[in-house]
Design a protein around this ligand. Sequence first.
Ligand code: SF4
Length: 426
Amino acid sequence: MLDLTVLYCGRETGSMPHRYGRALRGSLTQGEEPHRVAQTALSRRPVVVWNMTRRCFLRCVHCYSDSTNQCDQGELTTTEAKAMLADLASFKVPVVIFSGGEALMRPDFFELAAYAKEELDLRLTLSTNGILITPKVAARLKAVGFSYVGISLDGIGAINDEFRGLKGAYQLALQGIRHCQAVGQKVGLRMTLTRQNVKDLPRIFDLIESEQIPRACFYHLVPSGRGHSVAALTPPETRHAMDVILERTRDLVTRGITVEILTVDNHCDGPYLYLKVLEGERKVMSPENGTLERSTIASTRSRARQVYELLQWNGGGVASSGVGLACIDWAGNIHPDQFWMHYSFGNVRERPFSQVWSDLSDPLMAGLKNRLPYLKGRCGNCRFKGLCGGSLRVRAELATGDPWASDPACYLTDDEIELGHAPRVP
Ligand code: SF4
């Protein structure tokens, strides 16, 4: 996840410590940084997406878990789920994301959430279609102590409903957001960018403002599950969408609106954002601006450098799937991330997650935990691979069968990544 509010707008949000390791003004010394980055990224415990059920009453076109409205007999029992949560707590994972299917369809949802919070003190967030969030459910989510509820909205009105396969889904999900807000439950929206809905981006930003939604995550498409049949954006279209997101984010922040805007699942967003900040810096220092105060030039310079350092600390793809991101599915299978359900490292019924995650005998696990030397093609020769980490390995694997090939969703040009040039830092 890339926090644009922090990186592009220089405004601190709640995500600073865990996503970027420090406050904006607390920059480390230049010589200290790379060593600290390498250690911190790889020793990080993973955020765990737990797809607690495969069941869902919607039929979203891009659903990575290919969910249906049927009980899956292989789902972990309540007792098994509690044992798994206890192991995650003792492994000190930073957060467990309750997801699905539709997580709220699991009959023991609140029993498990209360156990995770009250007995284990786990940090919980919820990923949901929002439709089942009545005022009463919102109050229970708040009472249990969910840190955040992310509700999927893939467009305004009919566009969202087409995505979801249910007429009226948009209004119901919006009601879910409002019910959360009414009880003080932190809530935000999640939108996956495709050719079908990208034109709705400006209207989604209008909605964020009019509904005072405090957080929005924009997901790049990963073609797994039913997502493989969805029309993905081309690299230039993605670039344009990013420009819209960046521009609208800056507009909101400039007007004093408190909001967190993040992009997810394409780590080349990091270098792209860095290049945008650098471009701004070059404009400030151009001959036409010769009368600028020295202090203004210095602060702009340090801003680009600071963005670079924060991205480096975060690690991008280096610290994601198989390292800082994990997935456990409804049946207890452990995956590098939620899009890699076709590959399992083991099952929590047979071995605790904490053991499986630390076991490097699996070649994919070992590779993901030390991926830079394995990267091939554009990613292997990219000057930004230390910031981006070759983005999403599962997208490369889905496209080519090789997890170390280039991520086909990279939208930086060959010139921007200085293909074939020696690596350098700014
Ligand atoms: S070429 Fe690969 S490593 Fe470089 S920015 Fe693109 S996705 Fe990231």
